[in-house]
Write a protein that binds this ligand. Structure first.
Ligand code: FE2
Ligand code: FE2
Length: 281
């Protein structure tokens, strides 16, 4: 058995994972590396008074770094329960930051990284979706559900060959067909992880549906597309446009929203887009 103590938080290993109110965390020895985020988070909550004095930039950088590391682990080992549990803590961190009225939408948006990798993209989409959800007066429970679905929305890509996912040139038809499997694959991984919340699962499975019925996997239309999936779909496009890719410079938020409004109005929920534009004002 292994245990260590730091700044008042004790971590020890055992046969299962249990967190109690005294911040005792029992983790299977072999699972230790995957609980680093959890450990950091516990230490953070232990020192929450000190953290309140940390600047927004430092706090958001720390959330982003932790989230980035976790998402890398999650994509490498998508079915590991510890990684999924830690992703909920990240969602909580982002929700708490977003619900802190001190911070404006603009400062929250500045957390998002402008380089595009699947894991940074997932964090960005979660930040945008949660900002929009907060602007729409979602309850804390709804924000947690939405954040979880947004963070995990592309998890199915972990089951597709990296050569296809990271290909810079135009995809062949066969490759595109393969890519199109990722929302359903993500849904299956979600089930394996024990996610029971239908809204979270549907948010993952339907984020590529389009309101005119030309999306996938089901070709759903309009409001038949689950609400969280419509939010994630919009934030997904927004991040793709505002991130730097090897073959393109990022658009500004204004340029991206204008382009979506002009060229994608049949794909996205127009009312949500109007809300997003309002939020940026
Ligand atoms: Fe996707
Ligand atoms: Fe995505």
């Amino acid at each position: 058995m292994h245990c260590f103590k730091e700044s008042g938080a004790l971590i020890t290993s055992a046969e299962s994972v249990i967190i109690d109110t005294d911040k005792l965390l029992y983790v299977l020895e072999s699972e230790h590396p995957k609980y680093e985020y959890l450990r950091a988070s516990l230490l953070d909550s232990e020192n929450s008074k000190r953290i309140k004095n940390v600047s927004f930039a430092e706090q958001s950088l720390s959330i982003y770094e932790n989230a980035s590391e976790l998402l890398t682990n999650l994509f490498n080992n998508p079915e590991t329960l510890g990684n999924y549990e830690a992703s909920k803590l990240i969602v909580n961190d982002i929700v708490e930051t977003i619900l802190n009225e001190k911070y404006t939408i603009k400062s929250l948006m500045s957390i998002a990284s402008h380089d595009y990798y699947t894991h940074t993209h997932s964090i960005n989409v979660a930040i945008y979706a949660l900002s929009l959800g907060s602007f729409l007066d979602f309850t804390q429970k709804e924000l947690s559900e939405l954040g979880e679905a947004a963070l995990l929305h592309d998890l199915g890509k972990s089951k597709i060959a990296p050569e296809i996912i990271n290909k810079n040139g135009k995809l062949t038809d066969a490759e595109f067909q393969k890519i199109k499997e990722h929302p359903a694959l993500g849904y299956t991984i979600g089930l394996k992880l024990g996610i029971k919340n239908r809204k979270v699962l549907e948010g993952i499975r339907h984020h590529h549906e389009k309101v005119d019925g030309t999306g996938y996997p089901f070709g759903m239309r309009g409001e038949a597309i689950p609400y969280y999936a419509r939010i994630i779909g919009l934030c997904d496009v927004f991040d793709a446009l505002t991130s730097r890719r090897s073959y393109k410079e990022p658009m500004t938020s204004f340029e991206a929203l204008s382009l979506i409004k002009t060229n994608m109005k049949n794909h996205i929920d127009f009312n949500l887009l109007k809300k997003m534009i309002e939020m940026f004002r």
